[in-house]
Design a protein around this ligand. Structure first.
Ligand code: ADP
Length: 386
């Protein structure tokens, strides 16, 4: 614990005996006791430092306690400093009220009862401590705020850099890859007569590797775009979106002789069309891909209402996934199979995961080896989100 700072207490009295008496009563509080023998001196001290409380004698030669209090109240930095009048001159109520009118918080008569004085002064010491604490916290908060603003400006800068870096990758790095792909294809097509079978095989492999690397770069770019993009969420008609999904993937569905069943009508959800399309495309293409050889994929897309969301299910009759892998498959580059068995980049489910996170939804999987996989996505209902 940080030791508490001492607060200043101002004692004002023209009599040094009375000052000494006050001092001895308050010594136990272990605070800084500052003494003044006149109103003028008190005002001078108030210019130099802050006080938790002022104990002010009423009857002083020259400027009396009331006049001093009036001047203290006129100054901005002491206008709220608590004043306790201490006097022996009279117990008249009129004077006491005059004291309150000058902004006193209390009015005590000598001889003061030490315990009473100590506990009254302690209230203001505590108050001052709390005020200082709040002030420090406000300063810290201001500092934190400044740090945050600076950090977000830095992050914005980094994002801009990353954006231009992605742009460079997509254009500069993909161009030579396309050249490799094109030229090795040309080698196979136009020069196969001068190439032995091994040479033709090498050229085909170069084209294949270049094409895989191209997909990898494209997927990575898509992932990084998704992490940074500003997404404006709106009502999405899932029936229309799934129509588009099937149209765009029709050739793959036909090629694999797959049956995709959609249980309609699908609901409206709050989301972002392009992101949802990316999510569903990755889930569908995995469902079509990860089947045992010779098995025709059967995929089902359906929805069921939850309390505040709709749960969308994408289910397949594929090879399934062992529960111990359920978490890691959503990470970038995590794959459970060699690419010659099932080609892929290992970024698809990372895109799904990131996409759902960006849409404020949740996702999960139910699957066992050999028993197909069931992926679910929870997306906010339109009226709930509104
Ligand atoms: P990719 O499809 O490019 O391999 P993903 O990130 O989409 O990468 O998937 C990661 C891994 O999760 C896959 O390699 C596969 O092992 C497993 N997986 C994903 N979807 C399915 C599915 N529907 N059925 C079985 N395994 C799946």
């Amino acid at each position: 614990m940080i030791p508490e700072e001492k607060t200043n207490i101002l004692l004002v009295d023209d009599s040094s005996d009375k000052l000494l008496a006050l001092e001895s009563v308050l010594a136990d509080l272990d605070q800084n006791l500052v003494k003044a023998t006149s109103g003028k001196e008190a005002l001078r001290l108030l210019l130099q430092q802050d006080f938790a409380v002022i104990l002010l004698d009423v009857n002083m030669p020259g400027m009396d306690g009331f006049e001093t209090a009036a001047l203290i109240r006129q100054r901005k930095n002491s206008q709220y400093t608590p004043i306790i009048f201490v006097t022996a001159i009279s117990t008249s109520e009129a004077l006491m009220y005059k004291g309150y009118a000058y902004g006193a918080v209390d009015y005590l008569f000598t001889p003061v009862i030490p315990e009473v004085l100590r506990s009254k002064v302690m209230v203001f010491v505590e108050l001052e401590r709390k005020t200082q604490q709040i002030r420090r916290q406000a300063e810290q908060l201001g500092q934190l705020n400044q740090d945050l603003t600076r950090r977000s400006a830095e992050i914005e800068g980094i994002n801009k850099e990353l954006e231009s870096f992605s742009y460079t990758i997509s254009h500069d790095l993909r161009a030579p890859l396309r050249a490799m792909q094109g030229l090795s294809n040309a080698l196979v097509e136009d020069y196969s007569h001068c190439l032995e079978p091994a040479g033709q095989d090498y050229a085909r492999r170069i084209a294949g590797a270049a094409s895989r690397m191209d997909s990898l770069i494209q997927d990575l770019l898509e992932y990084s775009r998704l992490s940074r993009a500003q997404l404006e969420l709106k009502a999405i008609n899932l029936d229309l979106l799934v129509d588009e999904l099937l149209t765009e993937n029709q050739s793959e569905i036909d090629e694999r002789q797959a049956v995709v069943t959609v249980r309609r009508p699908l609901p409206e959800v709050r989301g972002h069309a392009t992101t949802l399309m990316q999510i569903l495309t990755n889930l569908l293409s995995n469902a079509l891909k990860f089947v045992r050889p010779g098995v025709k994929p059967a995929v089902s897309i359906r929805a069921e209402p939850q309390e505040n969301s709709h749960r969308i299910w994408v289910e397949d009759n594929g090879i399934g996934i062992a529960p111990e892998h359920h978490e890691r498959i959503f990470r970038v580059f995590e794959r459970l199979h060699a690419s010659d068995a099932y080609p892929g980049t290992g970024i698809g489910l990372a895109i799904v995961h990131k996409g759902i996170e960006r849409l404020g939804g949740r996702m999960g999987i139910e699957s066992k080896p050999g028993q197909g996989s069931r992926f679910w996505l929870d997306l906010p209902k339109v009226q709930e989100a509104a």
